[in-house]
Write a protein that binds this ligand. Structure first.
Ligand code: NI
Length: 181
């Protein structure tokens, strides 16, 4: 009998790790390595911390892998998507609270399009196209942003950014110094 595979928890890259500012590359072939990565990313994202699931989304960059792969939490559990692409964004915008596993301790109200139409390859290697709204639309946009090296606080409008600047800087400075200790 093959030995039972151990759970693989990946290390999450914390801002300002440069990998978070890089653009992830398209996955050309869905092989075992990609499938294993998806599995490990799911396990990393759904790990419990203080009785709560760690995150609702995770992108390749965040575990130091520059591949266009994201995990998002859905009503059917965490799902992996390969090469996700935004096809259309709703005109109407909504404000919602966001955090990020790579920027611990920072929660911001971010305005984003209320719905998104996405094309991707699912874990069964099938091409899928779907429209998401509400929370899922937000998570998808946040994760696809990661693949393009964009962090959620960069989505703040100019005025909001100025308003939360001090708080933002303090937090980021804190993260930076913790990171290099
Ligand atoms: Ni994030």
């Amino acid at each position: 009998m093959p030995p039972k595979k151990k759970k693989m928890s990946l290390k999450i890259k914390i801002y300002p790790d440069p990998v978070l500012k890089q653009k992830a590359e398209k996955v050309e072939k869905i092989d075992q390595e990609v499938l294993d990565l998806i599995k490990n990313m799911k396990e990393t994202m759904t790990e419990e911390k203080e009785g709560k699931v760690k995150g609702v989304g995770l992108a390749g960059n965040q575990v130091g892998v520059l591949k266009r792969i994201i995990i998002v939490s859905t009503k059917d559990g965490p799902k992996g998507f390969i090469n996700p692409q935004v096809l259309r964004l709703g005109k109407k915008k909504e404000i919602g609270k966001e955090g990020c596993l790579s920027v611990p301790g920072l929660w911001l109200e971010i305005k984003r399009p209320a719905w998104v139409e996405v094309k991707a390859i699912n874990e069964e290697s099938r091409e899928v196209e779907f429209k998401a709204e509400g929370f899922l639309a937000r998570v998808l946009q946040h994760e696809i942003d990661h693949l393009n090296g964009v962090l959620f606080f960069e989505r703040l409008g100019l005025f909001e950014r100025l308003r939360v600047k001090r708080k933002l800087n303090k937090l980021i400075q804190g993260l930076k110094s913790n990171n290099f200790q």
